[in-house]
Design a protein around this ligand. Sequence first.
Ligand SMILES: [Zn+2]
Ligand SMILES: [Zn+2]
Length: 355
Amino acid sequence: MILDAIAQLKASVHESPIGRVPGLEWFCGSVIDLLSGPFTGLRTRSYWPELVAALIIAGIVFMIRDRKPGQYLAAFGRYCFPRSQFMHQSTWVDCKLILANHFVTPVTNFTWRLNTVWFTTLLLSAMTATFGPAPQSHEWTTMAIVLFTILFALAEDFGYFLFHLASHRIGWMWAFHKVHHSAETLQVFANVRVHPVEVMLTGPFKALTGAFVMAPALYFWAGDVSFTTILGMNLMAAFYGFVGGQLHHCHIWISWGSVLEHIFISPAQHQIHHSTQPQHWDRNMGGNFALWDWAFGTLYVPRERETLTFGLGGTSGQPHPTLRAAYLEPFWAVTPDFVKRWIAAATGTLSGSRR
Ligand SMILES: [Zn+2]
Ligand SMILES: [Zn+2]
């Protein structure tokens, strides 16, 4: 019903004088998508049922652990939405990035073709060339579907981990990922505080590792795979959204306990990832699963509740106090020194000529 209303609204925009100006129509369509996204779950990481689930989990933690006698709904509101987090300069930059990215990333996402379908087709061709035509000798039983769902979710998450690991280890990738880490508050908007170049890079990593599960599935299993594809792609993501994925970027300390935190990344573990303290740097880089961090030696399981501050730490200060800085500083950071010297010299010459 909501989708129908959105489609009708877009159709009326298309038929109006706005529809005669393609750029303006695209802009209006983007605004409609941006405003309706949280209610439809399309192109958004802020799907409202997931936010409600996060609020319910926060409510349970508040009632069981953090509520003081005499505290009720107003106190819960302040607990979930403290001014210190939501009125912070860093949070405003998050919001501006969300707005700007909504219009910028569809234009700059040059790697959109490197998706799961593309890598799967490539792998299938390689398998067919090496082993002959696909046998497709198995049927999709319930067990096969469940196994595929879990393996596909694991594969995609491993792709994200590899991307994240590379972003922390490779200098030019860190320059862009640093925009996410310069957030000094953790709240729902920080979840999508990412540079457009990071958006461009993440997809191919997840698509490549996902294809290593998808291609063998298509090669060996017969029948329509669309149902299983949908199940594999959406079910696990929805599951994590509902069990607290939205709380990964949240100021409330929520831990799953040391055993589960070897398997799943908890909100507390992602807070550790954003901590300014050097012993926490480059730790807990998994998206949903902690298994990869465990295997690669980057897992940090907190033994008890830790008091954290968020941001880059060190002596670099805040390199992204504005949207402009968040967009441009990474490009300047990856510019070779000789080019910087050349620009500085040219700028100096220009300044001199003005005087
Ligand atoms: Zn990171
Ligand atoms: Zn984060």
